[in-house]
Write a protein that binds this ligand. Structure first.
Ligand code: CP
Length: 320
């Protein structure tokens, strides 16, 4: 496991939420809450990252994570460069590490990386200069730490601090989901009362993973009385074609519609990290309905990423 801390114990990288103690998670959420910007209001901005250059390197598609990391950096006064990896010299065979070393020579101080291969983000973190920080923006099926934090912040806003009184149901393709893994780390770290995993057998995590999760093979069993329903997209890009479920059949057995949502508590909230496949894992009525907090999740993404960037940053001496 990557060491994401400095010798003084402070967080230098954020590759995983595993190992973050509850007070540390709570502090990040508190800091993020201070940056939450309600619709129609002017975002909070400062210069705490002035003089810092951040590189966004995404080798997998992204809308929310990439845009919100960019906004977060800019709102803290950093210079942010989005490297178009598909147009970069990686297409000519350059390794990720050689790209990173090139950008280090150009005085980059932080890298935000999304990559489809497990271990790449940690490998970069192990090889950057001592003053450089590396943040995961989603690593294969393994980890999406800022998503875990923004999900926790969304629950905090809607359900309050007593996570121990809450039951979270995670529904869908858990096996291939980095969102589910980081949600597990965030919510178990914050002391969630009960965490249920609802998936067809082929999409359940491997035995031994999610040790605190209680497994259910149908939404009819698993959604009863829960407070939070977190729906997941089928990660087709991580499956063999033959293993991809038929969309109509999947919706019939695992899709969230109004009838299934009624099994949860009347005030249950519905979450989805997006992108959504409407009509496959969730229908329009629920996705856009009064119990949906999906747009709040997106809004919280900028606030959480501001908190994380601020947390890992260290003041830089003026360059000669
Ligand atoms: N939730 C999430 O990671 O969305 P993007 O893939 O659009 O960044």
């Amino acid at each position: 496991m990557v060491n994401q801390r400095r010798p003084d114990g402070s967080l230098r990288h954020l590759i995983t939420l595993d190992g973050l103690a509850r007070p540390e998670l709570e502090k990040l959420l508190q800091r993020a809450q201070g940056y939450v910007c309600l619709p129609g209001s002017q975002p909070r901005m400062n210069q705490r990252l002035a003089g810092i250059t951040i590189g966004n390197l995404f080798t997998e598609p992204s809308t929310r994570t990439r845009v919100s990391f960019e906004l977060a950096g800019r709102r803290l006064g950093a210079e942010v460069v989005n490297l178009e990896v598909q147009l970069s010299s990686q297409m000519k065979g350059e390794t990720m590490l050689d790209t990173i070393r090139t950008l280090e020579s150009l005085h980059f101080d932080m890298f935000v990386i999304r990559d489809s291969q497990a271990g790449v983000v940690a490998h970069v973190a192990d090889n950057v200069a001592a003053h450089v920080s590396v943040l995961s923006a989603g690593e294969a099926h393994v980890s999406h730490p800022t998503q875990g934090l923004l999900d926790a912040l969304t629950v905090l806003q809607h359900k309050g601090e007593r996570f121990d009184r809450l039951t979270l149901a995670v529904v869908g393709d858990i096996r291939h989901s980095r969102v589910a893994r980081s949600a597990y780390e965030a919510f178990t770290g914050l002391g969630i009362g009960e965490l249920r995993l609802i998936a067809p057998e082929g999409l359940m995590p491997q035995p031994g993973e999610f040790p605190r999760g209680v497994r259910f093979s149908t939404p009819e069993d698993g959604l009863q009385g829960c407070d939070i329903v977190m729906m997941l997209r089928i990660q087709k890009e991580r499956m063999q074609a033959a293993a991809i479920p038929d969309g109509g059949d999947y919706f019939q057995h695992f899709g969230l519609d109004r009838r299934r949502l009624q099994l949860a508590k009347p005030d249950a909230i519905v979450m989805h990290p997006q992108p959504m496949n409407r009509g496959i894992e969730i229908d329009d009525e629920v996705a856009d309905g009064r119990q949906s907090v999906i747009r709040d999740q997106v809004r919280n993404g900028v606030a959480v990423r501001m908190a994380v960037l601020e947390q890992v940053a260290r003041p830089r001496p003026l360059r000669a």
